[in-house]
Ligand binder design. Structure first.
Ligand code: SF4
Ligand code: SF4
Length: 251
């Protein structure tokens, strides 16, 4: 007993106490745009396997993180340094359009919506996988001792009857479209839908396949978009805490 207590007191803690730390340097992260001017060479758009990048006149680049599988091809192809990897983990958004980054000179931006404070102290999440096991594993990792989503009141539940949030992974394979609708209908109001990962947001890389709905949005209204392929557990926690109106997620 004494030995156990000493071990507990001196053994350190696995759980990350810093909120949304940057990814380790060996990680690529999602691409981002820098202030370095774009030469309009088009290498990034050519290299991108998911058509996530559009290079317009005058070196105006639009980068859609909702279509990005984080392969790193664009940052490797960009000699000007206009594109580089982003190690930040606050990447989830409440509006689909906010996933599109651009180096266009700043326009007056519409106010960013805040989630009504319906789930401030706890969020019960029903996860439905529609064909993206990598993202499923990261949702599972969110509950391990390192990320410990339970400390924020976030719990994965087995029944939609107990759920506040429906977290969906995968591009919505045809066979899963009706079960997903029924799962949503079984949830009580208020309820939210969270698209977890690039395939749930836009269907990539299975977009326009005969059995794909190209993501959740054509089937259900989505409240939170979490990019990545698969998303890091901190990305997922960011999206869920954003939905809960947690102050640390807004910063
Ligand atoms: S990292 Fe994303 S945007 Fe860049 S090439 Fe890969 S899929 Fe396209
Ligand atoms: S972002 Fe980089 S790779 Fe893409 S067009 Fe501009 S300079 Fe070329």
């Amino acid at each position: 007993m004494i030995r156990t207590l000493i071990q507990l007191a001196t053994g350190g803690m696995a759980t990350q106490t810093q909120m949304f730390p940057d990814l380790p340097a060996y990680n690529r992260g999602l691409p981002m745009l820098t202030d370095s001017p774009c030469t309009s060479c088009g290498n990034c758009a050519q290299a991108c396997p998911t058509d996530a990048i559009n290079v317009g006149a005058g070196g105006i680049v639009a980068l859609d993180r909702g279509r990005c599988i984080a392969c790193g091809q664009c940052t490797a192809a960009c000699e000007s340094g206009t594109l580089k990897g982003d190690l930040g983990t606050r990447v989830a958004v409440l509006r689909r359009e906010d996933l599109v980054l651009t180096n266009r000179p700043a326009q007056p931006a519409p106010p960013v919506p805040t989630q009504p404070a319906m789930f401030r102290r706890s969020l019960h999440v029903r996860e439905v996988s529609t064909g993206d096991n990598a993202s499923d594993l990261e949702v599972g990792a969110m509950g391990n001792p390192v990320f410990d989503c339970g400390r924020f009141g976030i719990h994965i539940v087995a029944s939609p009857r107990h759920a506040d949030a429906l977290a969906v992974t995968g591009p919505l394979a045809r066979a899963m479209q009706e079960p997903l609708r029924r799962c949503y209908e079984a949830m009580a109001d208020p309820r939210i839908v969270v698209a977890v990962g690039a395939s749930a947001i836009s269907g990539v890389p299975f977009e326009d396949g005969y059995a794909s709905a190209n993501g959740v949005s054509p089937i259900l209204p989505v409240d939170v978009f979490i990019p990545g392929s698969p998303p890091h557990p901190w990305y997922i926690l960011h999206g869920l805490l954003l939905a809960m109106g947690h102050p640390a997620a807004r910063g």
